[in-house]
Design a protein around this ligand. Structure first.
Ligand code: ZN
Length: 484
């Protein structure tokens, strides 16, 4: 390939990075190219060339020898609550479903402080980066004690992760029929004013943006319909995206039918919450009408398989959604309902859970009681490559990004390298390096590159002292639980 110049590449210090002679590159480009003995040449924050190693330059300011590595586009996490890293594995809610899980945690989260938000965001981002994720959204919807979304944005800039910060909110407390206690909800005019401030202060709509802001009232059971409507109007005025939780489990559906006399999809439609600038988390219980409407309007879904299993919410009909044309990405969801923010593992779980759903829907025994042999010739519900696609291009689409999610010239230099000599890949990568990423145990990334910057190098976080980050985080986690 001939290196093309790309005017949208941002000029910083002129630096070049070469990923040299990779064992395998999964480009996730439109043609689905998988390359062997190939290189990627990066100038500043953009991919300038990709192709056979012998056809690309052999030197650069920094060269990473990738002959034993599989290279994938940096994965994109579309749903998270990073502050929940402070409340993982809390004994009282280890076995609870969504609503009682939330009721148990709201009083603890009421004690969150600004420096706790900063510490937990860095912990969550470190975990994601070390798993090969380069872009994450976060949904912070609780703002006690002077907490601001700014605390997350500063943390992201320090660690070097591409970030879509969503201004969550709760405004309907228990006294008004909502789920959260009154002391953790905010006034709606204050929510809207702060959201407007954040968009004007931080949102970057340009190619290669490292910080974006989206508008994200929390859920049907914690905000008013007025706030949903006004949020949609504000987001469209500023050209930013909308995000919320929808149709997460049976209780969520029951609440919607009882309080609004509408299904979650009808509720979203009435309030202006369908469109190619909207993405909803979960949608485990989306009905066929909902899937059709989401597809017709290009409304996106953040599929969170681990969380859906952890809270026993159900199995989202992902294959049906994809076939209908719904944009689908993956989300690790909050760290109190996963409780592991390993993006590669999330993709693996999406693949496994889709297969489980298929087995539940398609009996292996026919109605006359005979075993149906030969089912394995039918296409699998979700292949390893399908799962990789959801984790990369799928997430980019859900976040409305045209500059990430694949390894092509002009795209941001966001990628992850996995060492095929490691134990997870033993006996697998020799047959299929890309398939092994999903089918073998989820390995840590050896290198994670965000916007042309090597943020994880030789398996270590390069931008912050991880030991110090974890120590500070654990002190805050104890303090938060004790203060409750
Ligand atoms: Zn969530």
């Amino acid at each position: 390939p001939s290196p093309q110049s790309n005017s949208s590449c941002k000029i910083m210090a002129m630096t070049t990075l070469l990923i040299h002679n990779a064992h395998t590159i999964a480009t996730l480009n439109d043609a689905g190219d998988e390359l062997s003995n190939a290189s990627i040449y990066v100038r500043n924050n953009c991919i300038e060339a990709i192709g056979p190693a012998h056809a690309l330059p052999s030197t650069a300011d920094r060269v990473i020898n990738a002959e034993h590595h599989v290279v994938i586009p940096g994965m994109v996490n579309t749903h998270h609550h990073m502050s929940q890293s402070l409340t993982r594995a809390i004994p009282g809610v280890q076995n609870a479903e969504l609503f009682s899980w939330l009721r148990g945690l709201y009083p603890i989260w009421a004690g969150l402080q600004p420096d706790m938000i900063h510490a937990s965001t860095q912990t969550a981002m470190a975990e994601l980066l070390l798993s090969g994720c380069t872009t994450s959204s976060d949904h912070l919807y609780i703002y006690p004690n002077g907490v601001k979304l700014d605390d997350c944005i500063h943390a992201a800039r320090e660690i070097g992760m591409r970030f879509v910060a969503t201004r969550g909110s709760m405004s309907v407390g228990q006294s008004k029929g909502g789920l959260p206690p009154d002391r953790v909800v905010e006034q709606e005019d204050a929510i809207l004013k702060d959201t407007q401030r954040l968009i004007t202060q931080f949102h970057d709509a340009s190619h290669g943006a490292m910080t974006q802001v989206a508008v994200a009232p929390c859920s049907p059971f914690s905000v008013s319909q007025d706030l949903m409507r006004l949020s949609a109007e504000m987001a469209r005025h500023y050209g930013v995206r909308l995000h919320t939780h929808l149709a997460e489990n049976d209780h969520d559906i029951a609440y919607s039918l009882e309080k609004f006399n509408r299904t979650p999809t009808q509720y979203a439609e009435d309030l202006g919450w369908l469109g190619d600038d909207v993405w909803h988390a979960h949608c485990v219980k989306l009905d066929d009408e909902g899937i059709s409407l989401f597809a017709a309007t290009r409304t996106g879904i953040a599929h969170c398989p681990c969380s859906n299993m952890r809270l026993a919410s159900g199995i989202a009909p992902i294959r049906k959604m994809i076939e209908a044309g719904v944009p689908v990405g993956l989300g690790v969801d909050g760290s109190a309902s996963n409780d592991a923010a390993h993006m590669l593992n999330e993709a693996r779980q999406a693949m496994l859970l889709a297969r489980l759903r298929k087995s539940l829907e398609t009996p292996q025994v026919s109605s006359d009681g005979r075993t149906v042999y030969g089912c394995d010739t039918a296409p699998m519900e979700m292949t390893a490559r399908d799962a990789l696609r959801l984790a990369t291009r799928g997430g980019a689409e859900v976040l409305g990004r045209k500059d990430i999610g694949q390894l092509s010239v002009g795209y941001c230099a966001d990628m992850a390298l996995f060492d095929l000599r490691s134990l997870s890949f033993a006996g697998g990568a020799v047959h299929d390096a890309i398939g092994s990423l999903m089918l073998c145990a989820s390995a840590p990334a050896s290198y994670t590159i965000v916007n042309g910057r090597v943020v994880v190098s030789e398996g270590q976080l390069a931008t912050l002292d991880l030991g110090r980050v974890i120590e500070r985080h654990n002190q805050f986690a104890k303090q938060l639980a004790l203060g409750h």
